[in-house]
Design a protein around this ligand. Structure first.
Ligand SMILES: Nc1ncnc2c1ncn2[C@@H]1O[C@H](COP(=O)(O)OP(=O)(O)OP(=O)(O)O)[C@@H](O)[C@H]1O
Ligand SMILES: [Mg+2]
Length: 322
């Protein structure tokens, strides 16, 4: 695998003086070609800003972004590079309302070389790929939300981009349409080798990818491979208000749970914290299967290790509670 995306000291500040917002705060990121990854984090943490910079839709305040060996700031023709290399899918599909599904998919190919006939053939092929072969002549308002979003994906793929950037593509969909969309993305990654970044608030969406970046206040605070659902659940627990309260020994949110529950959670979280010293491979390239195996087995070992708190403490807590 080769590196498709890298960012160095990437910083984005909106506005200036007192009103300045540091939307991205020195981001270093490396993504291999063919990776399918998710970007998560609270509203306003900089996810869309990061995605827009990766897609050359906006310019950094400082630092740089490299995509497919090109420094985006040095490109002579950014529009052409973007049209050829990168596909975008947004939360609201942005289809042109007066064009049919096929015509919408055709739009990004106009001016890129293919003849009208080739464009329509490609649009047909893409529509079939997203499972909407029969709907080519429908206008966007004659399609369901999930179908429109699939047309938007087909459109994003029109010029065979190496990189697909999706900003909350399932945000406006019900859970079944969301799952279908995800399956489609996973399939694209498999069959076309497309590198895919998905910004999402939905943990299940993130778990369907191979790697999850968590952002907070313009920084990447966690970057890990998705190993198994158990580990993901534990990480979610660790990052939740309750988990953070336990780890920082902040009592206020803990009044909701029993002393026994707190002890159990505390034990799990402390062991998880110890296990989290295995971040994703950064500059050094992809981890091997062996590394993954190693991470998994050491994680399981840690989970099996004795609790830091003596069992008597649990018994005591139980008695206190009763
Ligand atoms: N054009 C802009 N001008 C000024 N500030 C901006 C602009 N765009 C974004 N911001 C600010 O930058 C920060 C990051 O915004 P961004 O849109 O990247 O967040 P996000 O993580 O995508 O949030 P959400 O989950 O709500 O979409 C926020 O504090 C936001 O208010
Ligand atoms: Mg956003």
């Amino acid at each position: 695998m080769s590196e498709l995306i890298s960012t160095h000291h990437l910083t984005k500040i909106y506005g200036s003086g007192e009103a300045a917002v540091r939307a991205l705060d020195v981001i270093a990121l490396s993504v291999q070609a063919g990776e399918f990854f998710a970007i998560m984090g609270p509203s306003g943490c900089g996810k869309s800003t990061l995605l827009n910079l990766l897609g050359a839709l906006d310019q950094p305040t400082s630092g740089d972004v490299w995509v497919a060996g090109e420094n985006l700031a040095r490109l002579k023709d950014v529009d052409r590079f973007r049209a050829r290399m990168i596909g975008f899918v947004f939360q609201l599909h942005n289809l042109l309302p007066t064009l049919t599904a096929l015509e919408n998919i055709e739009v990004p190919m106009i001016g890129q070389g293919p003849s009208r006939r080739q464009r329509l053939e490609r649009a047909d092929e893409l529509l079939a790929l997203v499972g909407l072969g029969e709907r080519g002549h429908h206008l966007p308002n004659q399609l369901s939300g999930g179908q429109r979003q699939r047309v938007a994906i087909a459109r994003a793929l029109a010029n065979r981009p190496q990189l697909l950037l999706a900003d909350e593509p399932t945000g406006a969909l019900d859970s079944q349409s969301g799952e279908e969309l995800l399956a489609l993305l996973a399939n694209l990654k498999q069959t076309q080798g497309t590198t895919i970044a998905v910004v999402t608030h939905d943990r299940r969406v993130a778990q369907a990818t191979q790697r999850i970046l968590y952002m907070q206040d313009g920084r990447i605070i966690s970057d890990h491979r998705v190993l198994d659902p158990l580990e993901e659940d534990l990480r979610t627990l660790a990052q939740s208000k309750l988990g953070q309260a336990i780890l920082t020994e902040d009592d206020a949110p803990l009044r909701q749970i029993t002393a026994e529950e707190e002890l159990v959670l505390r034990g799990i979280l402390h062991r998880l914290q110890a296990a989290q010293s295995t971040p994703v491979a950064g500059e050094g390239g992809a981890q091997t299967d062996q590394d993954d195996e190693h991470t998994r087995s050491s994680f399981t070992e840690i989970l099996r290790a004795p609790l830091p708190l003596p069992l008597q403490a649990v018994d005591r807590a139980k008695q206190d509670h009763e």
